[in-house]
Design a protein around this ligand. Structure first.
Ligand code: NAD
Length: 258
């Protein structure tokens, strides 16, 4: 891939200091883009920004909880000022966030956390970047759904399933609303990618559940992180310039929706 694919573009990545977000940040920087990170983990932001800057990329970050809409807007405005606008949003902050899978163990606070970070957080970040994208006469937003929002996954519970399904509705409606400004909005729906955090969770699952996941993958193996990063960056880049309002399933064939 050309190292200039994202030249002249600032890519805002929420949850960009860890897991898939950090992998995407590293690839965007290697492909010529400026990287703006929103994350709750200050140390991880500092480490990644220092690494990307040392590699010659433009990078900056802010500690923000995406549940705080006003804080998201101020941080996005500050990062746009520092990095020359915002052209692309990859809204990856989210997950089941350490909450239990099964209903009898899920507290009301767990439910609020998962819905608020995944759904409201994505909404607040999209709302904050749209004025910047309108200024640039276009842009691309990639939201994060999940196989757990597309089917009844054995791995994640009801709040996660509900929130990741909600992101698909958000994505479609937003795509309709901002298309006239040249802004595209698409969702990615990954299967299980073993980031540092999830490798432990996968190991902790029962052998039965692990086998159910692996047996259900026609490609017959767990993926590399790159195999999620590349499809996300396809949706973020001009290569997908006539694609909006879609969901891209990246799961080795574990789910084959109509
Ligand atoms: N890894 C997978 O298998 C997988 C599968 C399907 C979907 N996803 C989705 O991909 C996205 C990234 O997942 P991951 O596995 O890389 O997660 P991760 O936990 O490894 O990283 C998430 C990052 O988001 C940050 N974060 C958490 N809460 C935040 C908040 N309130 N505000 C700002 N930042 C916050 C964390 O500090 C961390 O750096 C999530 O939306 C997740 O649901 C992941």
């Amino acid at each position: 891939m050309a190292t200039t694919r994202f030249a002249g573009k600032t890519v805002l990545i929420t949850g960009g200091a860890g897991g898939l977000g950090a992998a995407m940040a590293t690839t965007v920087a290697a492909q010529g883009g400026a990287v703006a990170i929103l994350d709750t983990n200050q140390d991880a932001i500092n480490t990644l920004v220092a690494k990307l800057t040392a590699s010659g990329a433009k990078a900056d970050g802010r500690v923000v909880d995406v549940r705080d809409g006003a804080a998201v807007t101020s941080a996005v405005d500050a990062l746009a000022e520092a990095l020359g606008g915002i052209h692309i949003l990859i809204a990856a902050a989210g997950g089941s966030l350490g909450t239990p899978r099964d209903m009898d163990q899920i507290s009301d606070a767990d439910l609020d956390l998962v819905i608020d970070v995944n759904v409201k957080g994505t909404y607040y970040c999209a709302r904050a970047v749209i004025p910047h994208m309108k200024k640039n006469q276009g842009g691309a937003i990639v939201t994060f759904s999940s196989i757990g929002g597309r089917s009844a996954s054995p791995v994640t519970g009801i709040p996660y399933a509900a929130s990741k399904a909600a992101i698909l509705g958000l994505t479609r409606r937003l795509a309709k609303e901002v298309g006239e400004f040249g802004i595209r909005v698409n969702a990615i729906a990954p299967g299980l990618f073993l980031t540092d955090r999830l490798a432990g969770m996968f190991e902790a699952m029962s052998e039965h559940d692990r086998k159910e996941v692996l047996d259900g993958i026609p490609l017959g193996r767990m993926p590399e992180l790159r195999e999620c990063v590349d499809p996300v960056l396809f949706l973020a880049s001009d290569e997908s310039s006539y694609i909006t309002g879609t969901v891209l399933d990246v799961n080795g064939g574990r789910l084959m929706p109509n």
